[in-house]
Design a binder for this molecule. Structure first.
Ligand code: FES
Length: 144
């Protein structure tokens, strides 16, 4: 039996910002090859800020909780602020994850970065080098 924090269970039972978004400005879809879980994240950008964000995740409790919490963390943030988000930020805001579930938190950060990459490309904006590299690696391997 995996011992999740109260915050993980709260987000798992009542996830925030779930669902598909109509006409998103950017979409990121990532998968974890080890477990087969998949996450799709949609963003709407207004004045360089993430005005709205939604997700669809087919995965474990940790994957759903991390998807939910990352939407809370980045809503209202600028693109640059969202790009410095790490999986540690996600794990910390969930009051920790069991060690065997840390990899699940990577999915949400990867999906966010892919959605921002998609937005920047579609809007002919400059893509930061590290984001470009992450995206290329993802295209080759299926995940970051
Ligand atoms: Fe697959 Fe958690 S076990 S993302």
């Amino acid at each position: 039996m995996i011992n999740y924090s109260k915050k993980v269970l709260k987000h798992f039972r009542n996830p925030h910002n779930v669902g598909k978004m109509a006409k998103p400005d950017g979409v990121g879809e990532v998968g974890n090859m080890a477990c087969g879980d998949v996450m799709k994240l949609y963003i709407k950008v207004t004045d360089d800020r993430i005005a709205n964000i939604k997700f669809e995740t087919y995965g474990c409790a940790a994957a759903i909780a991390t998807s939910s919490v990352i939407t809370d963390l980045v809503k209202g943030k600028t693109i640059s602020e969202a790009l410095v988000m790490t999986n540690k930020d996600v794990v910390d805001s969930l009051e920790g994850l069991p060690p065997v579930k840390i990899h699940c938190s990577l999915l949400s950060v990867d999906a966010l970065r892919e959605a921002i990459h998609d937005y920047l490309i579609k809007n002919k904006r400059i893509v930061p080098e590290n984001l470009k590299r992450d995206h290329e690696r993802m295209m080759k391997t299926g995940r970051n």
